[in-house]
Ligand binder design. Structure first.
Ligand code: A2R
Length: 319
Protein backbone atom coordinates (compact mmCIF):
# COMPACT_ATOMS: atom_id res chain seq x y z
CA UNK A 1 0.00 0.00 0.00
CA UNK A 2 1.50 3.32 -1.11
CA UNK A 3 0.19 6.51 0.42
CA UNK A 4 1.03 9.99 -0.85
CA UNK A 5 0.69 12.64 1.88
CA UNK A 6 0.81 16.28 0.89
CA UNK A 7 1.58 18.68 3.74
CA UNK A 8 3.61 15.90 5.35
CA UNK A 9 5.73 18.42 7.24
CA UNK A 10 2.68 19.89 9.00
CA UNK A 11 1.00 19.03 12.28
CA UNK A 12 -1.47 16.44 10.96
CA UNK A 13 0.95 15.19 8.29
CA UNK A 14 3.48 14.06 10.85
CA UNK A 15 0.85 12.18 12.89
CA UNK A 16 -0.70 10.58 9.82
CA UNK A 17 2.76 9.46 8.72
CA UNK A 18 3.34 7.74 12.06
CA UNK A 19 -0.03 6.02 11.79
CA UNK A 20 0.46 4.94 8.15
CA UNK A 21 3.93 3.53 8.91
CA UNK A 22 2.47 1.59 11.84
CA UNK A 23 0.01 0.05 9.37
CA UNK A 24 2.87 -1.09 7.14
CA UNK A 25 2.27 1.46 4.36
CA UNK A 26 4.96 2.91 2.11
CA UNK A 27 4.77 6.64 2.77
CA UNK A 28 5.64 9.20 0.12
CA UNK A 29 5.54 12.80 1.29
CA UNK A 30 5.24 15.93 -0.84
CA UNK A 31 7.02 18.98 0.48
CA UNK A 32 8.43 22.30 -0.66
CA UNK A 33 12.15 22.93 -0.92
CA UNK A 34 11.83 25.38 1.98
CA UNK A 35 9.55 23.27 4.19
CA UNK A 36 10.58 22.93 7.82
CA UNK A 37 11.03 19.17 8.38
CA UNK A 38 11.41 19.15 12.16
CA UNK A 39 8.12 17.26 12.76
CA UNK A 40 9.20 14.35 10.55
CA UNK A 41 12.93 14.22 11.27
CA UNK A 42 12.46 11.16 13.51
CA UNK A 43 10.77 9.31 10.60
CA UNK A 44 12.92 10.52 7.74
CA UNK A 45 14.77 7.30 6.99
CA UNK A 46 11.44 5.48 6.64
CA UNK A 47 9.94 7.87 4.07
CA UNK A 48 10.30 8.93 0.49
CA UNK A 49 10.15 12.71 0.18
CA UNK A 50 9.46 14.43 -3.13
CA UNK A 51 9.87 18.13 -3.66
CA UNK A 52 7.04 19.73 -5.59
CA UNK A 53 5.00 22.87 -5.95
CA UNK A 54 1.34 21.95 -5.63
CA UNK A 55 0.25 25.17 -7.32
CA UNK A 56 2.02 24.15 -10.54
CA UNK A 57 0.26 21.41 -12.53
CA UNK A 58 3.39 20.18 -14.29
CA UNK A 59 5.07 19.75 -10.92
CA UNK A 60 2.06 17.85 -9.57
CA UNK A 61 1.95 15.59 -12.63
CA UNK A 62 5.55 14.63 -11.92
CA UNK A 63 4.77 14.08 -8.25
CA UNK A 64 1.83 11.73 -8.86
CA UNK A 65 3.68 9.86 -11.60
CA UNK A 66 6.68 9.29 -9.33
CA UNK A 67 4.66 8.47 -6.20
CA UNK A 68 2.22 6.16 -7.99
CA UNK A 69 -0.01 6.06 -4.91
CA UNK A 70 -2.93 3.86 -3.88
CA UNK A 71 -4.06 6.50 -1.38
CA UNK A 72 -3.67 10.28 -1.43
CA UNK A 73 -4.34 12.40 1.64
CA UNK A 74 -4.17 16.06 0.72
CA UNK A 75 -3.22 17.89 3.91
CA UNK A 76 -1.22 20.74 2.39
CA UNK A 77 -3.09 23.97 2.93
CA UNK A 78 -3.04 27.45 4.32
CA UNK A 79 -4.58 25.97 7.46
CA UNK A 80 -5.02 28.92 9.80
CA UNK A 81 -8.38 30.73 9.94
CA UNK A 82 -6.94 33.95 11.41
CA UNK A 83 -4.29 34.24 8.68
CA UNK A 84 -6.97 33.89 6.02
CA UNK A 85 -8.36 37.32 6.94
CA UNK A 86 -5.00 38.87 6.10
CA UNK A 87 -4.36 36.78 2.99
CA UNK A 88 -7.74 35.78 1.55
CA UNK A 89 -6.56 35.43 -2.04
CA UNK A 90 -3.48 33.43 -1.06
CA UNK A 91 -5.63 31.15 1.10
CA UNK A 92 -8.17 30.51 -1.64
CA UNK A 93 -5.50 30.06 -4.30
CA UNK A 94 -3.36 27.65 -2.30
CA UNK A 95 -6.23 25.56 -1.00
CA UNK A 96 -8.29 25.38 -4.16
CA UNK A 97 -5.64 25.24 -6.88
CA UNK A 98 -3.43 22.70 -5.12
CA UNK A 99 -6.30 20.26 -4.87
CA UNK A 100 -7.46 20.95 -8.41
CA UNK A 101 -3.96 20.20 -9.70
CA UNK A 102 -3.92 16.91 -7.79
CA UNK A 103 -7.33 15.95 -9.21
CA UNK A 104 -6.24 16.91 -12.71
CA UNK A 105 -3.02 14.94 -12.33
CA UNK A 106 -4.76 11.71 -11.26
CA UNK A 107 -7.41 12.21 -13.93
CA UNK A 108 -4.93 12.89 -16.73
CA UNK A 109 -2.62 10.06 -15.66
CA UNK A 110 -5.50 7.61 -15.21
CA UNK A 111 -4.38 6.95 -11.63
CA UNK A 112 -6.98 5.04 -9.55
CA UNK A 113 -5.88 6.27 -6.11
CA UNK A 114 -8.42 6.83 -3.37
CA UNK A 115 -8.31 10.54 -2.51
CA UNK A 116 -9.22 11.97 0.88
CA UNK A 117 -10.40 15.59 0.71
CA UNK A 118 -9.71 17.40 3.99
CA UNK A 119 -12.55 19.76 4.78
CA UNK A 120 -13.33 21.47 8.06
CA UNK A 121 -16.11 22.16 10.55
CA UNK A 122 -15.50 25.82 9.66
CA UNK A 123 -17.47 25.11 6.48
CA UNK A 124 -20.67 25.01 8.55
CA UNK A 125 -19.97 28.50 9.89
CA UNK A 126 -23.06 30.09 11.33
CA UNK A 127 -25.10 27.37 13.02
CA UNK A 128 -28.47 28.03 14.67
CA UNK A 129 -28.91 26.49 18.15
CA UNK A 130 -31.64 24.15 16.89
CA UNK A 131 -29.19 22.77 14.28
CA UNK A 132 -26.84 21.34 16.91
CA UNK A 133 -25.22 18.86 16.88
CA UNK A 134 -24.05 19.51 13.35
CA UNK A 135 -24.68 16.76 10.85
CA UNK A 136 -23.24 16.47 7.36
CA UNK A 137 -26.61 17.61 5.96
CA UNK A 138 -26.39 20.99 7.74
CA UNK A 139 -26.22 24.03 5.43
CA UNK A 140 -22.74 25.40 4.74
CA UNK A 141 -22.61 29.06 5.84
CA UNK A 142 -18.88 29.84 5.91
CA UNK A 143 -17.75 32.87 7.93
CA UNK A 144 -14.12 33.31 6.92
CA UNK A 145 -11.97 33.19 3.80
CA UNK A 146 -10.46 29.94 5.13
CA UNK A 147 -13.94 28.42 5.47
CA UNK A 148 -14.79 29.44 1.89
CA UNK A 149 -11.59 27.76 0.68
CA UNK A 150 -12.58 24.56 2.48
CA UNK A 151 -16.11 24.64 1.05
CA UNK A 152 -14.45 24.99 -2.35
CA UNK A 153 -12.24 21.94 -1.76
CA UNK A 154 -15.19 19.95 -0.45
CA UNK A 155 -17.52 20.72 -3.37
CA UNK A 156 -14.70 20.28 -5.86
CA UNK A 157 -14.32 16.77 -4.46
CA UNK A 158 -18.01 16.16 -5.05
CA UNK A 159 -17.78 17.52 -8.58
CA UNK A 160 -14.73 15.46 -9.62
CA UNK A 161 -16.35 12.35 -8.20
CA UNK A 162 -19.58 13.00 -10.12
CA UNK A 163 -18.00 14.25 -13.34
CA UNK A 164 -15.11 11.81 -13.68
CA UNK A 165 -15.82 8.98 -11.23
CA UNK A 166 -12.65 9.63 -9.25
CA UNK A 167 -12.42 7.63 -6.01
CA UNK A 168 -12.93 10.58 -3.67
CA UNK A 169 -14.05 10.56 -0.03
CA UNK A 170 -14.56 13.82 1.85
CA UNK A 171 -13.81 14.49 5.52
CA UNK A 172 -14.97 17.44 7.60
CA UNK A 173 -12.69 17.45 10.61
CA UNK A 174 -13.73 19.52 13.60
CA UNK A 175 -10.98 21.16 15.69
CA UNK A 176 -8.12 18.86 16.48
CA UNK A 177 -5.05 19.48 18.54
CA UNK A 178 -2.20 17.73 20.31
CA UNK A 179 1.60 17.62 20.27
CA UNK A 180 3.22 19.55 17.37
CA UNK A 181 0.19 21.79 16.83
CA UNK A 182 1.40 25.06 15.26
CA UNK A 183 1.86 27.79 17.82
CA UNK A 184 -0.49 30.19 16.04
CA UNK A 185 -3.49 28.02 16.98
CA UNK A 186 -5.23 28.94 20.26
CA UNK A 187 -4.75 25.67 22.18
CA UNK A 188 -1.09 25.45 21.28
CA UNK A 189 -0.51 29.14 21.78
CA UNK A 190 -1.91 29.00 25.32
CA UNK A 191 0.14 25.90 26.16
CA UNK A 192 3.29 27.54 24.83
CA UNK A 193 2.72 30.71 26.83
CA UNK A 194 2.15 28.68 30.02
CA UNK A 195 5.30 26.61 29.41
CA UNK A 196 7.23 29.87 28.92
CA UNK A 197 5.82 31.23 32.17
CA UNK A 198 6.89 28.04 33.97
CA UNK A 199 10.36 28.43 32.50
CA UNK A 200 10.53 32.03 33.75
CA UNK A 201 10.63 33.41 30.22
CA UNK A 202 7.60 35.69 30.55
CA UNK A 203 5.44 37.35 33.19
CA UNK A 204 2.52 35.22 34.50
CA UNK A 205 -0.02 36.63 32.04
CA UNK A 206 -1.50 34.70 29.11
CA UNK A 207 -2.72 36.86 26.25
CA UNK A 208 -5.79 35.55 24.45
CA UNK A 209 -8.42 36.49 21.88
CA UNK A 210 -12.16 35.88 22.18
CA UNK A 211 -12.74 33.21 24.84
CA UNK A 212 -16.47 32.77 24.30
CA UNK A 213 -16.65 30.53 21.18
CA UNK A 214 -17.02 26.82 21.78
CA UNK A 215 -15.37 24.15 19.70
CA UNK A 216 -15.60 20.39 19.38
CA UNK A 217 -12.02 19.26 20.06
CA UNK A 218 -10.54 15.89 19.11
CA UNK A 219 -7.06 14.53 19.51
CA UNK A 220 -5.05 14.56 16.30
CA UNK A 221 -4.10 10.92 16.89
CA UNK A 222 -7.79 10.00 16.82
CA UNK A 223 -8.34 12.09 13.71
CA UNK A 224 -5.59 10.42 11.67
CA UNK A 225 -6.97 7.02 12.70
CA UNK A 226 -10.32 8.23 11.33
CA UNK A 227 -8.72 9.39 8.08
CA UNK A 228 -7.17 5.96 7.68
CA UNK A 229 -10.52 4.24 8.29
CA UNK A 230 -12.09 6.43 5.60
CA UNK A 231 -9.34 5.49 3.16
CA UNK A 232 -9.97 1.84 3.83
CA UNK A 233 -13.74 1.72 4.21
CA UNK A 234 -15.41 5.09 3.52
CA UNK A 235 -17.99 5.20 0.73
CA UNK A 236 -16.93 6.91 -2.46
CA UNK A 237 -18.41 10.40 -2.93
CA UNK A 238 -19.62 10.62 0.67
CA UNK A 239 -18.74 13.25 3.26
CA UNK A 240 -18.08 12.49 6.94
CA UNK A 241 -17.74 14.59 10.09
CA UNK A 242 -14.87 13.73 12.42
CA UNK A 243 -15.66 15.05 15.86
CA UNK A 244 -16.08 14.08 19.50
CA UNK A 245 -19.69 15.25 19.92
CA UNK A 246 -18.87 17.54 22.84
CA UNK A 247 -17.76 21.15 22.83
CA UNK A 248 -15.52 23.17 25.13
CA UNK A 249 -15.37 26.94 25.23
CA UNK A 250 -11.96 28.44 24.52
CA UNK A 251 -12.17 29.84 28.06
CA UNK A 252 -12.53 26.32 29.50
CA UNK A 253 -9.53 25.12 27.48
CA UNK A 254 -7.46 28.02 28.79
CA UNK A 255 -8.55 27.53 32.39
CA UNK A 256 -7.83 23.80 32.17
CA UNK A 257 -4.30 24.49 30.94
CA UNK A 258 -3.73 27.14 33.61
CA UNK A 259 -4.92 24.67 36.26
CA UNK A 260 -2.30 22.17 34.99
CA UNK A 261 0.47 24.69 35.47
CA UNK A 262 3.10 24.51 38.19
CA UNK A 263 2.84 28.31 38.52
CA UNK A 264 -0.09 29.70 40.50
CA UNK A 265 -1.88 33.00 39.91
CA UNK A 266 -1.56 33.13 36.11
CA UNK A 267 -3.71 35.97 34.74
CA UNK A 268 -5.44 36.30 31.35
CA UNK A 269 -5.29 39.46 29.21
CA UNK A 270 -7.44 40.10 26.11
CA UNK A 271 -5.38 40.89 23.04
CA UNK A 272 -7.40 43.00 20.58
CA UNK A 273 -5.17 41.85 17.71
CA UNK A 274 -6.47 38.32 18.16
CA UNK A 275 -10.12 39.26 17.66
CA UNK A 276 -11.60 38.49 14.23
CA UNK A 277 -14.17 40.29 12.04
CA UNK A 278 -16.62 37.41 12.45
CA UNK A 279 -16.18 34.18 14.31
CA UNK A 280 -18.21 31.03 14.49
CA UNK A 281 -19.84 31.02 17.97
CA UNK A 282 -20.55 27.31 18.47
CA UNK A 283 -19.30 24.19 16.71
CA UNK A 284 -20.42 20.84 18.03
CA UNK A 285 -20.62 17.92 15.66
CA UNK A 286 -22.41 14.63 15.30
CA UNK A 287 -20.21 11.65 14.40
CA UNK A 288 -23.01 9.12 13.88
CA UNK A 289 -22.42 8.81 10.15
CA UNK A 290 -18.74 7.93 10.32
CA UNK A 291 -19.33 5.62 13.26
CA UNK A 292 -22.01 3.72 11.34
CA UNK A 293 -19.89 3.58 8.19
CA UNK A 294 -16.45 2.64 9.48
CA UNK A 295 -16.83 2.16 13.25
CA UNK A 296 -14.76 5.23 14.17
CA UNK A 297 -15.25 7.38 17.23
CA UNK A 298 -12.83 9.41 19.32
CA UNK A 299 -11.06 7.63 22.17
CA UNK A 300 -8.73 10.18 23.70
CA UNK A 301 -10.32 12.62 26.17
CA UNK A 302 -9.67 16.34 25.65
CA UNK A 303 -7.99 16.54 29.05
CA UNK A 304 -5.29 14.11 27.97
CA UNK A 305 -4.83 15.88 24.65
CA UNK A 306 -4.32 19.22 26.39
CA UNK A 307 -1.97 17.76 28.99
CA UNK A 308 0.12 16.14 26.22
CA UNK A 309 0.18 19.44 24.37
CA UNK A 310 1.43 21.28 27.45
CA UNK A 311 4.10 18.61 27.99
CA UNK A 312 5.13 18.96 24.37
CA UNK A 313 5.74 22.68 24.86
CA UNK A 314 7.55 22.12 28.17
CA UNK A 315 9.94 19.73 26.45
CA UNK A 316 10.45 22.01 23.47
CA UNK A 317 11.21 24.99 25.64
CA UNK A 318 13.60 22.96 27.78
CA UNK A 319 15.43 21.91 24.59
O1 A2R B 1 4.72 25.38 4.95
P1 A2R B 1 5.34 24.05 4.64
O2 A2R B 1 6.21 24.09 3.42
O3 A2R B 1 6.03 23.40 5.80
O4 A2R B 1 4.14 23.04 4.25
C1 A2R B 1 2.84 23.13 4.76
C2 A2R B 1 1.88 22.74 3.66
N1 A2R B 1 1.66 23.86 2.73
C3 A2R B 1 1.97 23.81 1.44
N2 A2R B 1 2.51 22.83 0.71
C4 A2R B 1 2.70 23.07 -0.60
N3 A2R B 1 2.38 24.24 -1.20
C5 A2R B 1 1.83 25.25 -0.50
N4 A2R B 1 1.52 26.41 -1.11
C6 A2R B 1 1.61 25.06 0.90
N5 A2R B 1 1.11 25.82 1.90
C7 A2R B 1 1.15 25.08 3.00
O5 A2R B 1 0.68 22.39 4.33
C8 A2R B 1 2.53 22.08 5.81
O6 A2R B 1 3.22 20.88 5.53
C9 A2R B 1 1.03 21.87 5.62
C10 A2R B 1 0.16 22.59 6.61
O7 A2R B 1 0.50 22.20 7.91
P2 A2R B 1 -0.19 22.87 9.17
O8 A2R B 1 -0.27 24.34 8.97
O9 A2R B 1 0.49 22.32 10.38
O10 A2R B 1 -1.69 22.36 9.08
P3 A2R B 1 -2.38 21.05 9.66
O11 A2R B 1 -2.99 21.37 10.94
O12 A2R B 1 -1.45 19.91 9.58
O13 A2R B 1 -3.56 20.92 8.62
C11 A2R B 1 -3.71 19.83 7.73
C12 A2R B 1 -5.05 19.95 7.02
C13 A2R B 1 -5.26 21.27 6.27
O14 A2R B 1 -6.03 21.00 5.12
C14 A2R B 1 -6.07 22.11 7.22
O15 A2R B 1 -6.80 23.11 6.57
C15 A2R B 1 -6.97 21.04 7.83
O16 A2R B 1 -6.12 19.90 7.98
O17 A2R B 1 -7.45 21.43 9.08
Amino acid sequence: MRILITGITGFVGSHLTEWALSRGADVIGALRWRSNTEHIEHLRDRLTLIESDLRDLSSVLGLVEQAHPDYIVHLAAQSFVAASWLTPAETLLTNAISQMNLFEAIRQLGNRARFLVIGSSEEYGLVEPHELPIRESNPLRPLSPYAVSKVTQDLMGYQYYKSYGLDIVRARAFNHTGPRRGEAFATSNFAKQIAEIEAGLREPVVSAGDLKPTRDFSDVRDVVRGYWALLERGSVGEVYNLCSGTDWSIERVLQFLIAQSKVSGIQVRTDQARLRPSDVPVLRGCADKIEAAVGWRTRIPVERTLSDLLDYWRQRIRR
